[in-house]
Write a protein that binds this ligand. Structure first.
Ligand code: 2NE
Length: 270
């Protein structure tokens, strides 16, 4: 696959090919830990992929083989959060987590090396995770004075079960790729030199499927966990489908033509 770089950022790479967007955290000297600028660039890149009609699947990854992401950049962590270049503290990775869940296109985490701390939660919120055989997973929050008691706790428990999720958070151990696969934390493990090829194969397979069906089923998987906001996403998709129907269009047409709508011709389906 030949990636085309179509946008320049300082902390991430944004590349596309064959209907796939690849978003790469590009701070390998810090094990791809994110600072506020990294997160805002990721939000911009996901927005770009979300709104690009040519894109049907998104890969989130980290530069190099050492790490997917080592979480929040502890070197810019001030007393009130992660400090941006203007001096303002942030924790806005939570916005990114929700954006990945609300994105109507499948997002695949491609994990080589460490997925740790907030970086571990990032792979967790992706729809699928493909790991290299050198991948290592874990949370460090209680060791470094942090925690993600939102999706980091609840979604993890829904994914792998309460006892294992609590073990990950309460002991702060690291787990290898085979264990993560065994626990249902990830979808597949491949030799790290085959990681991108395998991930692209999965994306190509999804690109053969109905984008609307993928969109609806993703929203359905997230709806109960995300509460009313999740139902809103699912319901918004239903509204979109209704807009595409003649029955939905009759309401719009009648209003525009200043006449009463004629819904009588539409079946009252059982
Ligand atoms: C990731 C890990 C296990 C890798 O270990 P290793 O031995 O392969 O590498 P090393 O030497 O520790 O790290 C290489 C370079 O990357 C930097 C290191 O400082 C080092 O650079 P130098 O100091 O040699 O110049 N680096 C690695 N992780 C970094 C980080 N998170 N921030 C800044 N620099 C980092 C090992 O490095 C590790 O355990 N890293 C820390 C993981 C961690 O605790 N992350 C924060 C969790 S809290 C969080 O992410 C969070 C949250 O809980 C809630 C909301 C938002 C975020």
């Amino acid at each position: 696959i030949t990636w085309l770089s179509s946008q320049t950022y300082s902390d991430i790479l944004y590349e596309t090919a064959e209907g796939i967007a690849k978003i790469t955290i590009n701070r390998p000297e810090r094990r791809n830990a994110f600072r506020p600028e990294t997160v805002s660039q990721l939000i911009d890149a996901f927005h770009r992929a979300h709104h690009d009609n040519a894109i049907g699947a998104i890969i989130l990854t980290g530069a190099g083989d050492e790490a997917f992401c080592a979480g929040g950049d502890q070197k810019v962590r001030g007393d009130e959060g992660y400090i941006d270049e203007g001096g303002t503290p942030h924790l806005n990775v939570l916005d990114l987590q929700m954006q990945i869940r609300r994105c109507p296109k499948p997002v695949v985490a491609m994990v080589a090396g460490y997925a740790i701390g907030g970086g571990h939660v990032l792979h967790l919120v992706c729809d699928l995770t493909i790991a290299g055989d050198n991948a290592r997973f874990g949370q460090t929050g209680p060791r470094v004075g942090s925690f993600d008691a939102g999706l980091g706790a609840g979604l993890m428990a829904r994914t792998i079960g309460m006892k294992r999720a609590k073990e990950i958070w309460l002991l702060c151990r690291q787990y290898d790729a085979t264990t993560a696969l065994d626990w249902g934390l990830i979808n597949a493990v491949v030799p790290v030199d085959q990681l991108e090829a395998e991930t692209v194969t999965w994306c190509r397979q999804m690109l053969q499927l109905s984008p609307m069906a993928l969109r609806m089923i993703k929203a359905g998987f997230n709806a109960d966990t995300d509460g009313l906001a999740g139902i809103q996403e699912l319901a918004g998709n239903a509204t979109g489908l209704f807009y595409m129907s003649e029955e939905g269009q009759e309401g719009r047409n009648a209003w525009l033509e200043r006449r009463a709508p004629d819904f009588g011709k539409y079946r009252k389906r059982p």
